[in-house]
Write a new protein. Sequence first.
Length: 208
Amino acid sequence: MKICGLTREVDVSFAILAGADAVGFIVGFPASPRNIAIDKAAELSKGVPPLVDAVLVTTADTVKANPGLGGGRFDDLQLYGDVPDPDELRELTGARLIRAYAPQTDDVDAAKAALKGFDALLTDSFVEGQMGGTGVPANWTICRKLKYSIVPTRLILSGGLNANNIGAAVKMVKPFAVDASSGVESVPGIKDPGKVMEFIKKAKVADW
């Protein structure tokens, strides 16, 4: 389970204490209430213990502008937008690459093309003009089809997940992992400890 869009040290600490396998920091999206500076993301990443992944959610341009990624420890880059050369980013950072993808249809060929050069596919909800964090559930039927079509590459399910729907989402899609952000917040950018704990608790007992 990944808790994403973390902006405060206290939220990072609680997500890890509650059992998150990964935590995510958003950099390079000024319009997002969860956006933070690369230096702050780097500082927060240093508090992530071994065996918990620190994920930088960003763009190829931001990575190229910060090849040292602010001195932080990032295991994975979750990338939105155009990524002309994934191998270049891998060489620059040494991180695994996750392709954020918001499918509008169940076009398997399009998904595979978007995934080329990446280690995993994260399916997000398609909302015109927005890149994630919408709180809108993804189309689970499409995500399920893509999951089986990209084997052995792993699929991470995101998009509008919360404690109320995580069980049904996992049962339907059978993803490798799940990712929650807006569904575990008190206000945008601030995580709610109760919601985080309930989400992770229900995700752990879901029908994987």
